[in-house]
Design a protein around this ligand. Structure first.
Ligand SMILES: NC(=O)c1ccc[n+]([C@@H]2O[C@H](COP(=O)([O-])OP(=O)(O)OC[C@H]3O[C@@H](n4cnc5c(N)ncnc54)[C@H](OP(=O)(O)O)[C@@H]3O)[C@@H](O)[C@H]2O)c1
Length: 253
């Protein structure tokens, strides 16, 4: 048996939106522990580069938009054709195209946010359930946000979608038990391209509310997701795990 075989878990995980940022860190952590991964993203070139970094024998890229039902089906089909199984799903692709009060938010934009952040996650979950998980079991982790747990003057439509994603987690956890566990992680600010506007040029100020003294790194989220997908989390389902460097410890008064 080669070293490669010895560390193989045999599990296959579909991670959406994983050419960079949190999704890529999750894929990297899963490959490091011996999973094979199927990753998605809109930019095919960036996705191919991510596959190359992860190792072409361990990773497969399927380019497409998360909300596109044909893409959701294709990603799961390619996973089944290539690896013969799809044990785990990480719904990570997400969008936040607008900053500002929700009372002023364009309804078309609000619908787009909901479509990408919530309906896409349901679509991917239906596909992995039908193709593999219903018969064989597995686990799902949805990438939520602390924005879904409180009100915000800047990211209201996004927060609304992440709150809905947490409820989708409850629905799926209930319907898919006992074979499939479904959980959410809810990070605070993690240093990625997505969140750059929240900290770039003012990182010291942005970090002030974090008792652990720093903003999140993609690897902080990846570690928690890898745990929730593992047998160590075998009795955890329907939960939202807040990953916030202690941000919510601050008393309101
Ligand atoms: N960073 C934070 O502070 C933070 C905090 C809480 C929660 N989150 C959540 O974490 C998730 C990942 O965010 P991130 O910070 O890692 O963002 P990121 O660095 O911008 O990476 C996003 C990834 O998703 C892909 N993607 C974006 N929109 C997509 C779409 N519509 N369909 C398919 N793929 C798409 C991107 O590739 P392409 O552009 O090529 O499609 C990229 O690979 C999101 O759900 C976000 O809401 C982030």
């Amino acid at each position: 048996m080669t070293t490669e075989d010895a560390r193989a878990t045999g599990k296959v995980t579909l991670v959406t939106g994983a050419s960079r940022g949190i999704g890529y860190a999750i894929a990297e952590a899963l490959v490091a522990r011996g999973d094979r991964v199927v990753i998605t993203g809109r930019d095919a070139t960036a996705l191919a580069e991510a596959v190359e970094r992860l190792g072409a024998d361990r990773a497969l890229g399927v380019p497409g938009k998360a909300h596109d039902e044909a893409h959701q089906a294709a990603a799961v089909e390619r996973a089944m054709e290539t690896f013969g199984r799809v044990d785990h799903l990480v719904n990570n692709a997400g969008t936040n195209p607008v900053f500002g009060p929700i009372t002023e938010t364009d309804l078309g934009v609000a619908r787009k946010v909901y479509e990408t952040n919530v309906v896409s996650a349901l679509g991917f979950a239906q596909q992995t359930w039908r193709a593999w998980q219903k018969e064989n079991g597995g686990a799902i982790v949805n990438i939520g946000s602390i924005a879904g747990l409180s009100a915000s003057p800047f990211v209201g439509a996004y927060g609304m979608s992440k709150a809905a994603l947490a409820n989708l987690t409850l629905q799926l956890a209930h319907e898919m038990a006992p074979g499939v566990r479904v959980n959410t992680v809810a990070p605070a600010v993690v240093k990625t391209k997505f969140a750059a506007a929240l900290y770039e040029g003012r990182e010291e100020e942005a970090t002030a509310g974090y008792p652990l003294g720093r903003l999140g790194a993609p690897e902080d989220v990846a570690g928690a997701v890898a745990f929730l997908l593992s047998d160590a989390a075998a009795w955890i389902t329907g939960q939202t795990l807040v990953l916030d460097g202690g941000r919510f410890l601050n008393a309101a008064v």
